[in-house]
Design a protein around this ligand. Sequence first.
Ligand SMILES: C[S@@+](CC[C@H](N)C(=O)[O-])C[C@H]1O[C@@H](n2cnc3c(N)ncnc32)[C@H](O)[C@@H]1O
Length: 274
Amino acid sequence: MSYIHGYSEEEQNRLIQQNEVLAPYIYQWHDLADHRHIVEIGCGVGAQMITLLHQYPELYMTGIEHAPRQLQRAEVHLSHFPAFAGRYAFLEGDAEVIRPRFDHPVDGALMVWVLEHVRNPESILKHTRSWLPEDCPLWVTEVFHPGFHTWPRSEAIMKYWTDTLTYQSSLGGDPAIGIRLNNLLVDAGFEQVIARPHLFYLDRTNPAERDKMLTYWLDLMRSAFHETAAAGYTSLECWQEAEHDMRELRKRDDAVFYYTFFQATGRTPVQKRP
Ligand SMILES: C[S@@+](CC[C@H](N)C(=O)[O-])C[C@H]1O[C@@H](n2cnc3c(N)ncnc32)[C@H](O)[C@@H]1O
């Protein structure tokens, strides 16, 4: 399946920078301190692994990824950190079919910004549940892209944004998947499922945070341009107008940035024994 952000080096670097901005939000509610081996499904270039291996010095991680170019980059990124030596492994494979084998017992699994890009999130979740050990937590973080709004509203920004979402949907992805996380985890057989929205509501009362998010958002929008335009879903003119309005927003004292993403946790069932 094509991938809206593509696999260029620029995009691979963006994934690392993105996590420097978003990690404090992603892990605000997840305390992984008691975990020793977490598997990240769809690890990309290792952005989450870098964050977590730093944060939890006792942690070992395995990253599963189906794109060899991402894995090669992830290997390079993680090798820059001497403190990570011997604390991670990568497996190349499709999350929908892989039957991973591990040297260390697994006690947690993570998916961040992956299900939005796949055709069959249900089947990936069911399959993941089938090989995880019993009573094992899964933490999922996902987008809800229709939840992006600004004040003042810009037709150019909303037009370009909608173009990229339409393209992502045409690829079989779901840019609104966040609100389905509760249902998806329950249907896949996870138990003790809890899902919740995570709100960004930034205005002049928090200008530094607002500026950080607007800057990040502009990069995110730009990252979808090449693939979306090449497929005929947007144009250079549309992107340039949207970019112009995003830059204007950043100059305004009264600008508002609003966005919601979703997170869910669930546990694999405990087998009933006679
Ligand atoms: C947006 S990136 C997120 C990467 C990483 N989780 C992060 O937060 O930086 C999504 C990644 O999921 C991978 N992916 C998508 N479908 C997959 C599948 N079926 N099996 C394994 N990896 C998959 C893509 O190749 C891509 O690297």
